[in-house]
Design a protein around this ligand. Structure first.
Ligand SMILES: [Zn+2]
Length: 103
């Protein structure tokens, strides 16, 4: 399942949501913090296939980011994008762990 991240226009915080591909067109995210429905979709969406594995997630997040920019990334931004991907993967992993705990 892909994780989609949304940034709240009201409070600026990022919430992530596991949304199935079938649902994504009709999905309207709500901020976890202030319950606002004004959310901006971020570029990262990360597939969770097997167990949570940060390295695997990071490389997927990276390729997602690279695809998003279609190779038009200036060298200077690459390191930055990698950091973003790493952070997104960490958040994704934490999210999966939280969900597993709840079961
Ligand atoms: Zn908010």
């Amino acid at each position: 399942m892909p994780i989609y991240e949304y940034k709240c226009k009201q409070c600026g915080k990022i919430s992530d949501f596991l949304v199935s591909v079938k649902e994504i067109d009709n999905f309207s995210p709500r901020c976890r913090y202030c319950k606002s429905l004004e959310m901006t979709k971020l570029i990262s969406n990360i597939w969770i296939s097997k167990g949570p594995d940060v390295n695997q997630l990071t490389s997927k997040a990276e390729s997602t980011l690279m695809n998003t920019f279609k190779g038009k990334i200036p060298e200077a931004s690459r390191a930055e994008l990698k950091e973003i991907a790493k952070e997104a993967a960490k958040r994704g992993k934490r999210r999966v762990e939280e969900m597993m705990d709840k079961k």
